[in-house]
Design a protein around this ligand. Structure first.
Ligand SMILES: [Zn+2]
Length: 312
């Protein structure tokens, strides 16, 4: 199983008080390296302009890549562009593309992208919610338009609704977007009635829901929708901010809940997509929770896949 990252993702400088900080990523990479030694680490390439333009308008590419600020500037009250952000954004999206190429090219069955900035709030034309480019959307469109797939599913378990991903695909029946998220919470989208062209499935959960309600929402609504869609590739927006320790939300999950959901998603991928899953880091703002949840998630992806089976 491949893991894609790049040192440039640590240089996206959001400032001393920002929740989306470089230590998030270094915590995840250190935990995975120490606890899952079977992982095959790869350096993320830069996304090409052509790949980014499948998801975004030229004006957003110019804003992120050509502003070249000499110090941090705010694109909105949450979203920072620093001198090194353009390179980080290119590597984060490039990781997602390389992971799709590796999985669809048969090099590996599953891949995880340990990257920042995150992506799922970025719409076609607007960077927002800590996100510059929508990495998972770029990955999905690459799979559809370069590799010729017909059906790609995106499972988003970040505690915030992936409004950007939904906006990019809500009129595109080639993509199923299935999301659980806390409501009310930023960005205040993701109501159950938002259905796109029948390809959007939202399961909003109230604060304090906990793991039982989370698992019930996936079991009753989101997983059956993905199963029925029969995706040829499963992408995951893996945010770990629904953990009980997270300071930005109150969904009260445990690391085990992420392991459980990952195993369910892997089973669907095995039935429909030759096991192919590409997962991307989104949110998660408590370092201890990030450590435990990323190991739970990636460990569940790794187990039963290309992990070495010990001799009898
Ligand atoms: Zn989030």
């Amino acid at each position: 199983m491949h893991v894609y990252t790049h040192p440039a993702c640590l240089a996206h400088d959001t400032g001393p008080m920002h929740a989306e900080r470089p230590q998030r990523l270094s915590t995840v990479t250190q935990a995975l390296q120490q606890q899952l030694p079977a992982l095959d680490w790869r350096e993320a390439p830069r996304a090409t302009t052509a790949a980014l333009l499948r998801a975004h308008v030229p004006a957003l590419l110019r804003q992120v890549l050509e502003t070249a600020p000499r110090e941090r500037i705010m694109l909105d009250p949450d979203t920072v562009l620093s001198p090194d952000s353009a390179e980080a954004a290119l590597r984060a999206a490039g990781a997602a593309i390389a992971a799709v190429d590796a999985v669809l090219g048969g090099e590996t069955t599953r891949a995880f992208c340990a990257v920042r900035p995150p992506g799922h709030h970025a719409t076609g034309d607007t960077a927002m919610g800590f996100c510059l480019f929508n990495n998972v959307a770029v990955a999905a469109l690459h799979a559809l338009e370069v590799h010729g797939l017909e059906r790609v599913a995106i499972a988003d378990f970040d505690v915030h609704h992936g409004n950007g991903t939904q906006a990019i695909f809500e009129r595109d029946p080639r993509v199923l977007f299935a999301s659980s998220h806390q409501m009310p919470l930023y960005p205040d989208t993701g109501h159950a009635g938002e259905r796109g062209v029948g390809n959007i499935v939202n399961a909003p959960l109230p604060p304090g829901s906990g793991g039982d309600a989370f698992r019930a929402a996936w079991s009753s609504t989101l997983l059956p929708a993905i199963e029925a869609f029969a995706p040829q590739l499963l992408l995951v927006s893996a945010g770990f901010d629904a953990h009980r320790r997270d300071p930005l939300a109150q969904l009260e999950l445990e690391a085990d809940d992420y392991a459980w959901l990952t195993t369910q998603l892997a089973a669907i991928a095995a039935r429909h997509a030759d096991g192919r899953i590409v997962s991307l880091l989104e949110g998660g703002y408590d370092l201890e929770a990030l450590r435990d949840c990323s190991v739970a998630h990636v460990g569940a992806l790794l187990s039963g896949d290309d992990i070495a089976i010990p001799p009898a």
